[in-house]
Design a protein around this ligand. Structure first.
Ligand code: 5AD
Ligand code: SF4
Length: 481
């Protein structure tokens, strides 16, 4: 009897000690692509069950995690500068621990511990479920590293904690990794081989978001058109799939159809599409469902067939034009955006002119434009000299940006005079008497608040615009929720 009593007291005090120890603040900061922001929500969820509360105040943090990007050298420099800032905070909070997550963690591995003395823990994008163990290690004063890439980890079983959310739009990841091996890109090395998430877990997450008041989801993947579910496993192993698995496989078009039907009033977006994998079936599915937004992010990278080949982009510019023509034929008001790289090794003035010609042809709604940045370990870095001088890369980049700016204006003006459905996402940054939202084509619109609320779908008459913002007035709710 006495023994039992003793144990229960001891048990209580131990669990109290654990509770106190576990009531800690997690500060998590994300850089780079939407996938990183989405991953941070998975990390916050894993650590919530370990007793960590997320905080927005760096000065209150017991654990600081930085989810990093390696896509260009500048992205890594930004993270290193941020680590210096954490160092200053740590001087005031010596017990504070710092972990590096994401692509830089995967690329640099334990080298990061040597190069950045502030770092206690290095965790790659497939190892977040190991965080509880790794944190135990750093609590015990040891360094901790897990950069193992996985064949099947999709975090499909984890319900993300929505961070910095507007409560209206959310990311839902559908694939991880990339098998494309574009020669400039570090992603296949940092995020590993491509695998898809169980469609049912995607549908469940979207339904759950709807119940919680969310009205828009963006399905995320490095290359969404490559989505393929056949019961789990790597995309590249599909060739070993059984007849049954092949017959019941779900591709991206099927997934879009499933999600659009399961949540018929939820707005659905997706990113990123790859021209070599996007087929007519996907475009037709988009056309079939009013709740799938009319926007495709379709990186072209270059307009020169010679450069596309050197980049290992597995399509020609003619095939790209054909795809654009088909999109416009099937969905005439579909917005198209792009990514372009200037100054890839060996790029000549003629190649650059070919890229400008693509811009002229497509007249993209908007785009993301970058100067080539050599990434260690990629095929381009190993086999090609980074031979376009930086001033030339920058000049070509400025020319592309200037032309894109004209096209942004051209495309945005096309919405003026129309009534469009806008989903309210928050207050206008410039004027808090106005709501901010986006139309189906992903263009930002602002209009007077009146009696409308966050998350409402509102018909807005567009009467004016700048190059990136539509200005209008509400004419009524477009649907009742
Ligand atoms: N240098 C410059 N831009 C790059 N991107 C990817 N790798 C590099 C690099 N090494 C760009 C591509 C890609 C986008 C996400 O980033 O345009 O589509
Ligand atoms: Fe990188 Fe190409 Fe994969 Fe995109 S498709 S993540 S650019 S390798």
């Amino acid at each position: 009897m006495e023994k039992i009593f003793d144990e229960s007291i001891q048990g209580k005090s131990l669990s109290l000690e654990k509770d106190l120890k576990n009531k800690r603040n997690l500060y998590i900061e994300s850089f780079g692509c939407a996938m990183n922001f989405s991953d941070s929500e998975i990390v916050a969820s894993i650590l919530a069950t370990e007793g960590f509360n997320t905080t927005q105040e760096l000065e209150e943090a017991d654990l600081v995690l930085v989810n990093t990007c390696s896509i260009r050298e500048k992205a890594e420099t930004t993270v290193r500068k941020r680590l210096e800032k954490f160092n200053a905070i740590k001087k005031k909070r010596p017990h504070m621990k710092v972990g590096v997550l994401g692509c830089m963690a995967e690329r640099l591995k334990s080298k990061l511990l040597e190069e950045e003395k502030i770092v206690d823990m290095v965790v790659g994008p497939d190892a977040y479920k190991d965080l509880p163990n790794l944190i135990q290690e750093i609590d015990a004063g040891r360094e901790a590293v897990n950069v193992v890439l996985s064949k099947d980890e999709t975090y499909g079983d984890i319900s993300p904690v929505r961070l910095n959310s507007n409560g209206v739009s959310a990311f839902v990841s559908i694939t991880r990794g990339c098998d494309n091996m574009c020669t400039f890109c570090v992603v296949p090395f940092t995020r590993g081989r491509e695998r898809s998430r169980d469609p049912q877990s995607i549908v469940d997450e979207v339904n759950d978001l709807w119940q919680k008041g969310y009205r828009e989801v963006t399905l995320l993947g490095q290359n969404v058109d490559s989505y393929l579910w056949y019961g789990g496993g790597l995309k590249k192993d599909f060739e070993k799939a059984t007849e049954m698995q092949i017959a019941t496989a779900v591709d991206f078009s099927d997934l879009l159809d499933m999600v659009a039907k399961a949540a018929p009033r939820m707005r659905i977006r997706f990113s990123t599409s790859n021209p070599q994998d996007m087929g007519l079936k996907v475009i037709r599915t988009m056309a079939k469902h009013v709740n799938i937004c009319n926007h495709i992010h379709l990186p072209v990278q270059s307009g020169s067939n010679r450069i596309l080949k050197a980049m290992n982009r597995l399509h020609t510019i003619e095939a790209y034009y054909e795809l654009i023509d088909n999109i416009k034929k099937i969905i005439p008001d579909c917005a198209i955006s792009h990514d372009i790289i200037t100054g890839f090794p060996t790029e000549t003035e003629e190649d650059h002119q070919a890229t400008l010609a693509v811009l002229e042809y497509v007249k993209y709604d908007y785009g993301y434009m970058f100067a080539y940045s050599e990434r260690p370990g990629t095929l381009a870095a190993r086999k090609m000299e980074d031979d376009v001088p930086s001033e030339v890369k920058q000049r070509r980049l400025s020319e592309i940006i200037a032309l894109q700016r004209e096209h942004c204006m051209f495309r945005t003006k096309q919405h003026v005079g129309k009534v469009q459905e806008i989903l309210i996402e928050g207050l206008s940054k410039k004027d808090n008497t106005m709501w901010m939202g986006r139309n189906s084509q992903n263009v930002v619109a602002v209009f007077p608040k009146e009696t409308y609320k966050l998350g409402d779908f509102v018909n807005v008459r567009i009467h004016d615009c700048t190059s990136a913002t539509l200005i209008g007035e509400a004419v009524g709710l477009s649907r009742t929720n």
